[in-house]
Design a protein around this ligand. Structure first.
Ligand SMILES: O=C(O)CCC(=O)C(=O)O
Ligand SMILES: [Fe+2]
Length: 290
């Protein structure tokens, strides 16, 4: 089998997606306001957070092509990916491509994980009482092709992640093209992050949703791990593709002796922190830069 470079071996940005931060004080330019932080804790999500330029989205979309092509990723790529579902629904009329682990395949997907405007905001939102050191958990691609793009069933992200404890996780969903009602924009139930079953996530069920106004290309929607969200199908004549970043606060531990992600074992009770879970931001990096 031909092997390809595993980008998870690089513990910082390569510089191919954005200019790495040089002056400590510059980290502050990526911060959310206190009002945005209050809205996040009230509603369980924040919408319309500009993260990428249109050019950055277009560059990432070029790398996205292998996930959308007839042939799909090759053997060497599949070996590095944690998961690849050409159509997670199994229904040819409702196609949903879903991948995890693409940050290991290419410099742009890799660097996205370290995006300063994402990781600084994650640091502010992971914990209710202080800024956190941020570790990368995993990435996801969700793509709905034109006309017959599938739904994403209503869910809370943490219902998929209880193998990592405690719950101090966050999702940053980046729209790589405009999301609208017609193409199946991401939707939430405001306040649903307070719905729990004895402190844990709800089972995955269908709910009634509040219609959302959609997010623009390059904007992110950031949500709490218990926020109930999902999306309808894509009936428009263009694809609807997004790139998702999942983080947890440093100190999160494995709660299983089974595989956490493909090829990753962290003994139960041990802190998550190997090459696959890099530290992407520490508030200390900014401290002397004020
Ligand atoms: O793309 C979608 O509609 C679903 C995305 C999602 O579940 C997420 O970002 O956590
Ligand atoms: Fe989700």
């Amino acid at each position: 089998m031909t092997s390809i470079k595993d980008w998870s071996l690089e513990h910082g940005p390569s510089g191919k997606l954005f200019q790495p931060v040089k002056n400590k004080a510059d980290w502050a330019t990526y911060k959310l306001t206190n009002q945005q932080i209050d809205t996040f804790w009230k509603d369980g999500f924040l919408n319309h957070i500009p993260l990428l330029s249109v050019d950055q989205c277009d560059a990432i979309l070029k790398e996205y092509d292998i996930f959308m092509s007839e042939n799909g990723p090759g053997e060497a790529e599949l070996d590095l990916l944690y998961e690849f579902h050409r159509n997670q629904s199994g229904d040819v009329n409702n196609v949903l491509m879903h991948a995890l682990g693409h940050w290991r395949l290419s410099p742009l997907f890799h660097d996205l994980v370290f995006l300063p405007s994402a990781v600084v905001k994650a640091s502010q939102l992971l914990l209710p009482d202080r800024e956190a050191k941020v570790r990368f958990w995993h990435d996801q691609l969700f793509a709905k092709p034109a006309k017959h793009g599938g739904v994403v069933a209503w869910h809370q992200d943490y219902s998929y992640w209880t193998r990592t404890q405690p719950m101090q996780h966050l999702t940053i969903h980046i729209a790589l093209e405009d999301q609208t009602e017609e193409n199946g924009t991401l939707e939430y139930i405001p306040g649903s992050h307070r719905w729990t079953r004895q402190g844990g996530p709800l089972p995955v069920l269908d709910f009634n949703f509040k219609d959302m106004e959609g997010i623009k290309k390059g904007e992110a929607s950031i949500h709490h791990p218990l926020s109930v969200h999902g999306s309808y199908g894509n009936r428009s004549d263009k694809a609807r593709r997004s790139a998702v970043l999942n983080y947890f606060a440093d100190g999160t531990r494995s709660d299983t002796n089974e595989q956490l992600l493909k090829g990753s074992l962290v003994p139960k009770g041990e802190e998550m922190g190997s090459q696959l879970y890099p530290l992407v931001y520490d508030p200390e990096w900014f401290k002397d830069g004020k």
